[in-house]
Ligand binder design. Sequence first.
Ligand code: FAD
Ligand code: MLT
Ligand code: ZN
Length: 481
Amino acid sequence: MMPGGAGSPLQQLIAQFGSSIIVTDPAQLAAVNVDHRKLYEGKALALALPRSTAEVSKLLAFCNALRIGVVPQGGNTSYCGGTAPDASGTQLVLSLRRMNAIREMNPVNDSMIVEAGCILADVQRAATDAGRFFPLSLGAEGSCQIGGNLSTNAGGVNVVRYGMARDLVLGLEVVLADGRVLSTLKTLRKDNTGYDLRHLFIGAEGTLGVITAASLKLFPAPRSVATAFVAVQTPAAAVSLLAELRKSCGDLVSSFELIPNIAIDLVAKHLPGTRSPLEAGSPWYVLCEITSAMSNEPLGERLETALAAALETGLITDATLAQSERERQEFWFLREHIPEAQRRDGSSLKHDISLPLDRLAEFIASSSDWLHDQVPEGFLVCYGHVGDGNLHFNINQSSNSVATGALLARQNEIRRAIHDRVHEMGGSFSAEHGIGRHKVEELERYASPLELELMRNIKRAFDPNGIMNPGKVLHSGSASR
Ligand code: FAD
Ligand code: MLT
Ligand code: ZN
């Protein structure tokens, strides 16, 4: 049956694509109806599970003709509600989980071509198996998909050395809203041939088209690594330590994460068997790692020397180096389970912000004081990728019963105060998690009228009927404003 033929849109979809691609099983729909943080629960028309780019192309052409909204969903681990359909029961959730092939591995060219439904950890493993390295790394890597990573322009723990997801892409294959396939799956490092279209889709959160495959950059595999867990008294000391490490270790610094003591306590409370690597407590810690592609490099000695100098000047108060891969994994386990520990502890408000590095400590100091005075319902769990100026300025609900529900009730007011302060200080209200549905109003508030106008023009050019992830990033209907 063709678009516009008899029957409801759902009947037409099933007639056209079959029930192995158009899934209506309530249990499967329940899982895709809600985003990771359970901020938004909608009602999907159905779940589409195509097996090839050609099938995605046909699906989108069909949906475009019938004006069916399409909500792409990867691993559904993102934080801004970008994956949830609305409550109308008319939007199709599209998952590429069946499209998970590594199409090409090219160690000589330092590139690989992967389908968008590949789990990030599988992409990393395939690179490692080929003797290379794919550096994108984040706590959700066991379940997020590369298509989702590129669509959110994910950051993670290696940005300080390798950049964000955007910096790791050589080319993309994208199905446009009308079903046409744009293929720029090049493996070239240099290609100045007009506008670089791939970057429009990276970070677009599924609002401009569906990424079906990507050509990714590979790097020499790290063969030497040194990892330290360092006690500092203040975020200002952490920022100075980063500068010192950069002086002594240069671009070997691949991760530099700030962790408050409260986060270590939360992980220890909710994930039994974990503990701080340092016996004496400290208000703040840094987890830092230096790596080199050269084997047998004395990185441990190098890091130890740098940290000893920092101890001498009082910049740090204690430090320990991982003595084995197991110990290194334990350090990272603590860091990567902070979001889970926070979630298990109760409701929280997330603020994924970035600031110029030279203002980061000032921001934490003034905003902590403000929170302490003005938000007794919550306590601050501020951690993050400080090497990139990115803080997860999260607030958890205090455990006393008086406060139950009170923090969430004030979330808009608190978010406004924090984001206004970030904006005034030259920062961003969304460093790595994107806009989704949750931060559409924030984008309206902080982007300039010209930026918004250009974004709407781009949306209109790529998706004139507004079928791609409606209501995410920009208000629904923005394309036609
Ligand atoms: P989804 O959540 O499924 O989708 C994200 C957005 O992309 C949605 O708008 C969706 O519509 C769109 N989309 C998905 N696939 C496609 C596609 N093929 N084509 C077009 N659009 C698509 N994020 C970071 O940046 N850094 C971190 O350090 C980090 N740590 C995390 C730790 C934990 C424990 C968790 C749970 C999450 C973390 N995240 C982090 C957030 C999240 O993992 C990332 O945003 C990730 O990139 C999302 O990938 P996904 O496959 O789950 O995408
Ligand atoms: C992380 O870095 O752990 C996540 O991006 C932050 C979060 O879960 O808030
Ligand atoms: Zn993060």
